[in-house]
Design a protein around this ligand. Structure first.
Ligand code: 3BY
Ligand code: FES
Ligand code: FE
Length: 427
């Protein structure tokens, strides 16, 4: 029997909620609904970790920029004249105005619209009119944000000292991603979806396929077999599992003959730059995320002798996941907007010379993941609403949700690290 609802407990402090978290279970409600946790998540997680921000393909030419808003922060990522991606706080060094107010664009210099202080794309202050004698422009360059690119993906870190394990992450995933030529790809489509849920529900939902019966379109090409061993696989998935085993054996032979790394590397739970990467087969034609599994783009991302390469899956803490096939890549980034609102940005990359209408049809390219995103938005909004009820109590994860547990463990370890540093700083 379910117990009747107890009287509401007095609100607990974040540190208490963090320390009493029950392993193997979803988090208590305040983690998902309170503004205090929203602010804490920005400071402890998003302002300290490496964050996936964009594809390099979004900034193809010097002067191309995007702005990325993370909680109260706004960051400019811009390609400089040496073609490197740099990042700066989007805050003028004069009297603090937000400098670039569009989501993307192209500039010669970065000019503040208020009193026209003018910065180069390397962040140096080039011009500030009518200053007193002795004014030293070299003291007023834009404040830098750490930026790194890995195989065509742009990462930012707001922390003064970013997590040092990024190098190991980069050197591990680079050989998996590099064959797909993402730095030279182009953006075929990008969608922004605002989910009515806390960002952690968005991430948790991504880390399991327990709900994949809710994705009939995705399931046509994607094997929904997260972590199942032969003994555990539920009866409804036994024939799918047998098909996966055959496709996997064939895919591995292909990967080996082409020298494509495929083995799973999983470091998801405690290290600051937590990730998981693996190359796996796809179902049906095995080529791409389409309704029949055939390639959506005739011109492949690279000179592969076959399109039947399945997909490279990369899951990254705290805010991204990627699916890279022979013909296209899909990049997903997650940005918290409020305790109960989250931006999911999805970007489809294709070969730079692939032409829409000739080499690909946009609806065929985007259909499976656009539909899957809409279905996921419904799931996470329902979770948010349920968790908002006083009747909610954390529930247990199934073994197939182990990556959800990894994500939550990682998140809790980040909060603990932050809260410990804060206490030490106060002493
Ligand atoms: O993107 C992912 O890895 C998982 C697989 C299917 C559900 N979810 C979106
Ligand atoms: Fe930017 Fe004055 S605040 S120039
Ligand atoms: Fe889903």
């Amino acid at each position: 029997m379910n117990a009747p609802l107890p009287a509401p407990a007095p609100a607990a402090a974040p540190a208490d909620l963090v320390s009493r978290r029950v392993a193997g279970h979803s988090l208590e409600a305040p983690f998902y609904v309170s503004d205090e946790f929203f602010r804490l998540d920005i400071e402890a997680v998003f302002a300290r970790s490496w964050i996936f921000a964009a594809a390099e393909a979004e900034l193809p030419e010097p002067g191309d920029y995007i702005t990325v808003d993370i909680g109260p922060y706004s960051v400019i990522a811009v390609r400089d004249d040496d073609e490197n991606v740099r990042a700066f706080h989007n805050v003028c060094r004069h009297r603090g105005a937000r400098i670039l107010n569009d989501e993307r664009g192209s500039v010669g210099n970065i000019v503040c619209g208020y009193h026209h202080w003018t910065y180069g794309v390397d962040g140096t202050l080039l011009h500030a009119e009518s200053q007193a004698p002795g004014f030293d422009p070299s003291c007023f360059g834009l404040r830098a944000v750490h930026a790194r690119t890995v195989a065509g993906l742009v990462f930012l870190c707001l922390a003064p000292e970013p997590p040092a394990d990024f190098d190991e992450f980069a050197s591990t995933v680079e050989p998996y991603l590099a064959p797909h030529n993402l730095p030279r790809a182009k953006v075929a489509a990008q969608t922004d979806l605002v989910e009515h849920a806390n960002w952690k529900l968005t991430m948790e939902n991504n880390r399991e396929c327990y709900h994949c019966a809710g994705h009939p379109e995705l399931q046509r090409c994607y094997f929904p077999l997260y972590n199942f061993t032969e003994d555990e696989v539920p009866p409804a998935l036994r024939t799918t599992f047998a098909r996966f085993r055959r496709a996997d054996a064939e895919a591995r032979a292909t990967y080996e003959s082409l020298g494509l790394p495929y083995a799973a590397v999983e470091e998801l739970d405690t290290r600051p730059t937590g990730f998981r990467i693996e190359r796996e087969p796809l179902d049906m034609a095995g080529e791409s995320f389409t309704y029949d599994g055939t390639a959506a783009v005739k011109r492949l991302l690279a000179d592969f002798p076959t399109a039947r390469l399945g997909h490279l899956g990369l899951h990254l803490q705290p805010n991204a996941w990627f699916h890279v096939a022979a013909d296209h890549a899909v990049l997903f980034s997650v940005v918290p907007l409020a305790a109960d609102r989250t931006l999911v940005r999805t970007t489809w990359l294709v070969h730079a010379d692939a032409e829409e209408g000739t080499d690909y049809d946009l609806d065929t390219l985007t259909g499976v993941w656009a539909t899957t995103n809409e279905q996921d938005a419904v799931f996470v909004a329902r979770a948010q609403r349920g968790i908002g009820s006083p009747a909610y109590v954390p529930g247990p994860y199934s073994p197939t949700e182990s990556q959800v547990e990894d994500f939550v463990n990682w998140y809790v370890s980040r909060l603990k690290a932050h809260l410990e540093t804060d206490v030490t700083a106060e002493r």
